[in-house]
Ligand binder design. Structure first.
Ligand SMILES: NC(=O)c1ccc[n+]([C@@H]2O[C@H](COP(=O)([O-])OP(=O)(O)OC[C@H]3O[C@@H](n4cnc5c(N)ncnc54)[C@H](OP(=O)(O)O)[C@@H]3O)[C@@H](O)[C@H]2O)c1
Length: 252
């Protein structure tokens, strides 16, 4: 897995970057630096714009990514988009799905199957579906969590509910309070464990995570996604090194 952000980009991105560089040369020096820092400025569509989705999307919007937050009641997102800045807009779930090059799924896990039924075809065409959602017994019910576990746990279950989607799990146990601009461990970067099977999607997730100031740690394929929930050893605040050590003790 490359550490080089350009290594994470596909030819399409590089071409768009080159086009962007030509356009950048026409901009004043300061604007040029800001735009170049946005990498390819991929469009991000958020399904779920509550505590976690709102905080995560704001971080990306502040980095210059066009972000569309969504809700079944988008009129309720005015405050969020005002605070996220000029790169943020609001829409319906359908509009956010159509908008995003990358989709970030941040909903109660009980909604994932329905979202797959309604938007699965479009979601399967996206380069990355970043799955931040968790099955939580106290919220979703013991029976539901048991069903997800029988499907292989969160991760494999998401891939079954949304067939063909390039699912990468990430940020699942990083509380919304930690998603403040510049939030990091006092002694270094906060690690974000991720799990995914699609190499291109994993690399894209890694590049995006680094861009907002965290360090991604690939702990394995989607089967390891079951550990990316609060309350497992990988949950909470860890340095990248600690995450690697913990992940080495876990089995898919
Ligand atoms: N909060 C955290 O610190 C945190 C940290 C890591 C992971 N997570 C995980 O992230 C997910 C969201 O948590 P949250 O705390 O952000 O919850 P939240 O504040 O209650 O927000 C839930 C969001 O999901 C949307 N939603 C619910 N059902 C939906 C459906 N059927 N179709 C489309 N959108 C739907 C809601 O949109 P509407 O406006 O349409 O209701 C709302 O925007 C959960 O799975 C949670 O475990 C949370």
């Amino acid at each position: 897995m490359t550490n080089d952000i350009f290594g994470a980009l596909h030819r399409r991105d590089l071409l768009s970057l080159l086009g962007g560089v030509a356009a950048l040369s026409a901009l004043p020096r300061q604007s040029r630096a800001q735009a170049a820092g946005s990498v390819a400025a991929l469009k991000l569509g958020f399904i779920g714009s509550g505590r976690e989705g709102g905080a995560l999307g704001t971080l990306f919007a502040k980095k210059g990514h066009p972000v569309m937050f969504s809700s079944r009641h988008p009129e309720n997102l005015k405050e969020l988009i005002a605070s996220a800045g000029p790169s943020a807009t609001a829409g319906t779930v359908e509009e956010a799905v159509a908008f995003g090059d990358v989709i970030v799924l941040v909903v109660p896990y009980t909604a994932v199957e329905q979202i797959g039924k309604e938007h699965g075809k479009a979601l399967a065409g996206k380069r990355l579906l970043l799955d931040v959602s968790n099955p939580i017994a106290r919220r979703d019910g013991e029976d539901f969590v048991k069903q997800v576990n029988e499907m292989g746990g969160a991760g494999l279950a998401t891939a079954k509910f949304i067939p063909g989607a390039k699912v990468v799990r990430g940020f699942n146990a990083i509380g919304s309070g930690k998603l403040e601009p510049g939030a990091a461990k006092a002694d270094g970067k906060l690690g974000v464990p991720i799990a995914g099977d699609d190499k291109g999607a994993v690399e894209l997730a890694e590049a995006l995570i680094r861009q907002i100031g965290f360090e991604p740690v690939l702990v394995g394929g989607l089967a390891m996604g079951k550990y990316l929930v609060p309350g497992t050893p990988l949950g909470g605040e860890h340095s990248p090194e600690e995450l690697k050590q913990i992940a080495a003790t876990l089995k898919a």
